[in-house]
Design a binder for this molecule. Structure first.
Ligand SMILES: [Fe+2]
Length: 249
């Protein structure tokens, strides 16, 4: 059994196309998507058109939820850009996404934490950058979810964490389309994958034990960066080009 886990595409169709090309070679049995599909100053409708066709089991990310539920005047610029460009068919498809997905007795999929799409599971923020959370924090944020494997996104930072107490695995595949960002909650911080590559993860079980693989793919991030700049988002342009949010050019 080979499962590809993708997350946080954020409307970056060029990165998504690179992942899809790699998936053709990897030929997984199943592809799952952990959400934040379209929000961002790039190509939301083009991204949604591919995802509609793909039909992968898809979790609703916090940004997907904002686009679906909030009026335009309440949305931040990242979500407004997507909301103004999505076709009705893409909105209808986004409505089919689910808050969480229990794939089977072993694998649980969520965007943030099992009960909140806007909280971090695989990172802890106590200063200007996130870091690996401690065991107690992880157990608290899992909110009693007992699945042996919990896949989450939202932080855009790839992680594979095994809890000492329960043996559970928390897998975050990182972000397909946005390797760095800044946010104000719970305090101002940046997330930085450290390179511009499109990321996803593979998990394979051939003999009863799961193996995990992180994929980091080249794509035309200069074109994505230029598109973000043309759409008035210099921070996104830097993040896409470098995988750091800092003021590099
Ligand atoms: Fe995201």
């Amino acid at each position: 059994m080979k499962i590809a886990v993708i997350s946080d595409i954020h409307g970056n169709v060029l990165a998504l196309e690179a992942v899809i090309a790699d998936l053709k070679a990897e030929a997984p049995d199943l592809i799952v998507n952990l959400g934040d599909c379209v929000s961002g100053p790039l190509w939301p409708e083009e991204t949604a058109a591919i995802l509609r066709e793909a039909g992968w089991p898809t979790v609703r990310g916090n940004h997907d939820r904002f686009v679906l539920e909030d009026p335009l005047e309440k949305l931040g610029p990242t979500d407004v850009f997507a909301a103004e460009r999505l076709s009705q068919a893409s909105i209808d498809w986004l409505q089919t996404t689910q808050p969480t997905i229990r794939l089977d007795d072993n694998i649980f999929l969520c965007h943030g934490t099992p009960d909140n799409d806007d909280r971090y599971l695989s990172e802890k923020v106590e200063g200007p950058k996130g870091h690996l959370p401690d065991e107690d924090t992880l157990l608290h944020e899992l909110k009693g979810e007992k699945s042996p494997i919990v896949c989450c996104g939202h932080t855009h930072i790839p992680r594979l964490i095994q809890l000492q107490e329960t043996g559970q695995i928390v897998l975050n595949p990182g972000s397909v389309g946005l390797p760095s960002y800044e946010d104000d909650h719970p305090l101002r911080h940046v997330m930085e994958a450290g390179s511009p590559h499109a990321r996803y993860a593979l998990m394979t079980n051939n003999s009863g034990a799961w193996n995990f693989q992180q994929k980091m793919l080249s794509y035309d991030w200069d074109a994505a960066s230029r598109a973000a700049l043309e759409n008035g988002r210099p921070g996104w342009a830097r993040a896409l080009k470098h995988g750091f949010y800092g003021p590099l050019s």
